[in-house]
Design a protein around this ligand. Sequence first.
Ligand code: PGA
Length: 268
Amino acid sequence: MTNDQSLTKRPKLKNASSSVRILTKSPVRKIVIAGNWKMFKTQVETQDFLQGFLPHLEETPPGREVVLCPPFTNLNVLSKILHGSLIQLGAQNVHWEDNGAYTGEISAPMLTELGVRFVIVGHSERRQYFGETEATVNLRLKAAQRHGLTPILCVGETKQQRHAGETESLITNQLDKNLIDVDQHNLVIAYEPIWAIGTGDTCEATEANRVIGLIRNQLSNPDVSIQYGGSVKPNNIDEIMAQPEIDGVLVGGASLEPASFARIVNYK
Ligand code: PGA
């Protein structure tokens, strides 16, 4: 597979009937709403957030998985407070070795011991600022799965790549390399166009739906939950979640404030 082959050229559908695109959400695919706190919130701030946020979960319809991915330093306190609640814990990165001389890294057993269930892998900020490569993303995905964590793999294009018409080939290449020997039955994918992250410049819901459909066509398991991420806000969540291919969202900025994340989790 070369970089310039588009996702649309990769027929993975096994028979004619399955090539008809279903217009309602699949009942099989999980809805996963995840907050990525990035490098925000101390433990005290985390407790304040929960006080404001937890009461809203009483209105959350069944069947939605709510995941919080705080900085590592908050995982311990959150795992105690959230025990038995609707919220599942996620981390923002994981190393591929179980232990070793890797200053500054955290391993999967360290996360699972705290009750962490999900881990974000290959976020564009890690790819851009911390030298994450397709190969290290693949290693982290496999390590997470080996220990029973569900990785949330982030893929997406820059503005420049989009303008050059490279969105499809770029994502195809990311998926091809990232998913080698990865179990697609314990995986969430987030389509995060880099130009939409933290900019307020959300991708059109229908365009996000289109790209996510193309991603799905490239998978061997069509039931992988695929999220959209990039400036998801209370005022666009309903339209995003109304799209048939979109199974959830990965939320940065708007997950930091209890009322706005609650509105996203309780989308209509
Ligand atoms: P944003 O971040 O919602 O602030 O755009 C999304 C992300 O980086 O996952």
